[in-house]
Design a protein around this ligand. Structure first.
Ligand code: PHE
Length: 351
């Protein structure tokens, strides 16, 4: 036992007591740092003779090496402990079941829209799309519903801060009926060409599904809702054809021949005569009740004229139905608002 052994022991104890890498570096400074005990002893060598320097220096070096070895061992032990702790903290249980992403699905109203398009396409109808922000002329005036006409209050809608050429604000279309005139205008060249060539007049047979808006909100009305317009114009298209087409559509849509239709006299500025279309299921939970599903009528001559067509040559019918309502009836949903709340627990059921 020499005077250096207690220093080595003290270093070992200090290193063992250090519980973190930072503590360990502090402890090291006390022994081999700039003002550490070993460093101080080295400085003291200067005062010794050459012979003494040799033996004392060698002894100090042995002590220093022992301290450095202890330091290295403790560093490694602390690093391993830290890694161990980290691995423990970040442990993964690979046997846990995974969090699968559920497959998505189409919205019930989208399913209805697709169904409507498919059925009418099979009857030779084109499918058209149009703007939801409409001019006053397209939403009302072209449909024989001029400014200040009382019938405008049936379709109170929202207005946007943009004025049309007529100085009247654009509106969020309150129905899909503007598509009647838009579609005719888009295809007007076909009619002109046919007349020029002396060919039979081409027909218009189209549906226009899409979003519509009104100032309305309760269990059966939403400020945003859906409509699907239908239009069939030709040289000899009559109310009888409307009855056949719409009856056929309803029976196909609801997959039931056990379905009665009623055309109840009504008023729209753009049709004359006009009718609400009611349906009645003969069986099931809704049996016996008359349920309104569409407005309809023979297209008014003034509207045909606004399409750029000759009302003496073109006659036919239009209808506007509510796909939201059809979806409620088909699936037995009793509150329209459920469709637009985005609750996956509701939507999942239609997947
Ligand atoms: N546009 C009418 C409505 O929204 C429905 C309708 C369309 C009526 C076509 C007749 C002809 O109530």
């Amino acid at each position: 036992m020499n005077d250096l052994d207690p220093i080595v022991d003290a270093a070992r104890q200090a290193f063992a007591a250090a519980s973190s890498p930072a503590d360990l570096e502090n402890a090291k400074a006390q022994f081999t740092g700039k003002a550490g005990r070993i460093t101080e002893l080295m400085k003291g060598l200067a005062a010794l003779s050459v012979e003494e320097k040799k033996s004392r220096g060698a002894a100090i070096n042995v002590a220093k090496q022992a301290i450095e070895a202890a330091l290295a061992a403790r560093r490694q032990a602390l690093a391993e402990a830290e890694l161990e702790q980290q691995l423990h903290a970040e442990a993964l249980d690979v046997t846990l079941p995974g969090r699968a992403r559920e497959p998505g699905g189409l919205h019930p109203v989208t399913l209805t829209m697709e169904r409507i398009e498919l059925i009418f396409a099979s009857m030779g109808f084109d499918v058209a799309d149009g703007p939801e922000i409409e001019s006053d002329w397209h939403s009302f005036t072209s449909l024989n519903n001029p400014p200040n006409h009382p019938a405008r209050s049936m379709q109170d809608t929202f207005y946007v801060d943009i004025q049309g050429e007529d100085g009247i604000h654009y509106n969020l279309r309150p129905h899909t009926s503007p598509m009647q005139v838009r579609y005719a205008h888009q295809h007007i060249k076909k009619f002109a060409d046919a007349v020029k060539a002396g060919q039979p007049l081409p027909e218009i047979r189209v549906i226009a599904p899409g979003r519509t808006y009104r100032v309305d909100s309760d269990a059966t009305h939403s400020p945003m809702f859906h409509q699907c317009e239908g239009l069939w114009l030709g040289e000899n298209v009559s109310f009888k054809d409307l009855k056949v087409v719409f009856t056929d559509f309803c029976r196909t849509f609801f997959e039931s021949d056990d379905l009665a239709l009623r055309f109840r006299p009504s008023f729209f500025p753009f049709t004359e005569p006009s009718a609400e279309i009611d349906i009645q299921f003969q069986s099931g939970p809704l049996a016996g009740k008359w349920l309104e599903v569409a407005g309809s009528g023979q297209v008014h001559p003034a509207v045909v004229r606004n399409m750029g067509l000759d009302p003496e040559k073109y006659i036919g019918f239009a209808f506007g139905m509510g796909p939201d309502r059809l979806t409620m009836l088909r699936y037995g949903v009793n509150d329209l608002r459920l469709f637009f709340e985005g609750d996956v627990r509701f939507l999942r059921q239609f997947r």
